[in-house]
Design a protein around this ligand. Structure first.
Ligand SMILES: *Cc1c(COP(=O)(O)O)cnc(C)c1O
Length: 376
């Protein structure tokens, strides 16, 4: 966490907006429950702060990608909160996972039998989420493999299936025919475990028809303000504000070039502001000569290549004196959404957020306990 005022950029994370987004999704999909996906440090926003906020908002179910991420969150969440590891059970980690009361996703029969073995060792029935691949072709068991587990009495007595899950490949595109095909495949497979909750939808799925919501929705990007679908106006509250500080403004003569490779040549005399964030701060090189920063209501185009620690923007259109060294420009905020910046960078909100990294002066609103202590 940066000391206030000495970083090239500042990142503001609105925890109240995350809680509001949680409630919006919960209201939309009720009576289905909403679990929060807080993998990759809650998409770069701080897993501890985000998980605490969502827990206070009533969330009892959290998903991470790796066992290590679950172990880091376990001490800060109440025992009643379930932590589920999406990438499954790493070989040899069964005792660690069981001892920390973490629920693995079982993605293969081999993982299932290892987990059942661990349960027999521990003398307790152990919880698991069972994943069926309904057509994404990434993780999970074939329906026939799930059927074999359903009929396996020793497995059933050792392992307590707490959910049957699958993942949608095209949920952000509501009209995509793969959605209905995956739903049908999932329903048929999940019926093998009557009475066990079903979980299919991610953020995009939460905005598909109610059939897709099943019993549990796993929401990630929408909690963090990203648009759950393409095209639709984004119903979520913005969560992230990102600003960069102007470190210098230079006048470049007509015909003068800007940045590495001289990829921008000024057609007329130009004022070029250099701002103190670059690709090491998660602003991809694909923003070079594309996209913009904003100052008040003015769009300031990015010119030249993105450097490691700086970006150059053309401020010629602003009246002289309107902007100077030490001023801040907006990269994500009221004038430019996370999805807009991501699109200009030829990527998606998910990659944008998870790339942001640790160099910013980071503030949470409302302030977290740690920030209140630091301020005291
Ligand atoms: C990352 C992930 C999610 C969350 O997806 P969003 O689109 O961010 O809501 C849900 N389920 C699984 C299996 C995931 O890997």
């Amino acid at each position: 966490m940066g000391i206030a005022g000495i970083s090239g950029g500042r990142l503001r994370i609105d925890l109240a907006a995350i809680a509001a987004n949680y409630r919006l999704i919960a209201g939309r999909v009720a009576p289905a429950a909403v679990g929060a996906v807080v993998k990759a440090d809650a998409y770069g926003l701080g897993a501890a702060e985000v998980a605490r906020t969502l827990c206070e908002a009533g969330c009892q179910l959290f998903f991470v990608a790796h066992l290590g991420e679950a172990l880091a969150l376990r001490p800060i969440l109440p025992a009643a909160c379930r932590l589920v590891v999406l990438n499954g059970l790493p070989p040899g980690a069964e005792a660690l996972c069981a001892g920390a009361a973490i629920t693995p996703v079982i993605n293969s029969p081999e993982q299932a039998y290892r987990w059942a073995e661990a349960a027999r060792h521990s003398g307790e029935r152990l919880p698991a989420a069972l994943q069926v691949d309904s057509g994404m072709g990434r993780l999970g068991m074939a329906a026939t493999e799930l059927a074999a587990l359903a009929g396996d009495a020793p497995f059933r007595s050792a392992v307590d299936p707490v959910m049957i899950m699958s993942h949608l490949a095209c949920a952000d595109t509501p009209e995509h025919p793969a959605n209905a095909a995956q739903l049908a495949c999932f329903k048929a497979a999940a019926a093998l475990f009557p009475g066990v909750p079903h979980a299919l939808a991610n953020s995009g799925g939460a905005f598909l028809p109610a059939d897709f919501h099943a019993d549990i929705v796993r929401a990630g990007i929408a909690l963090y303000g990203g648009a759950p679908n393409r095209g639709d106006p984004n119903p979520m509250q913005p969560v992230v504000g990102l600003e960069a500080r102007v470190i210098q403004i230079r006048t470049i003569a007509a015909g003068g070039a800007v940045g590495y490779g001289h990829s921008h040549v000024c057609e007329r005399e130009s004022r070029i502001a250099t701002i103190g964030v670059g690709y090491a701060d998660g602003l991809p090189r694909s923003l070079g000569n594309r996209g913009a920063a904003w100052h008040a209501g003015d769009r300031l185009p990015i010119v030249g290549r993105v450097s490691m620690d700086s970006i150059t923007i053309d401020v010629t259109a602003l009246p002289s004196g309107r902007i100077g060294a030490g001023d801040w420009v907006e990269l994500i905020g009221p004038h430019q959404s996370l999805d807009r910046l991501a699109a200009d960078a030829d990527t998606i909100s998910y990659e944008m957020l998870t790339s942001l990294g640790a160099r910013y002066d980071r503030t949470y609103a409302p302030a977290t306990a740690r920030q209140r202590e630091d301020a005291a």
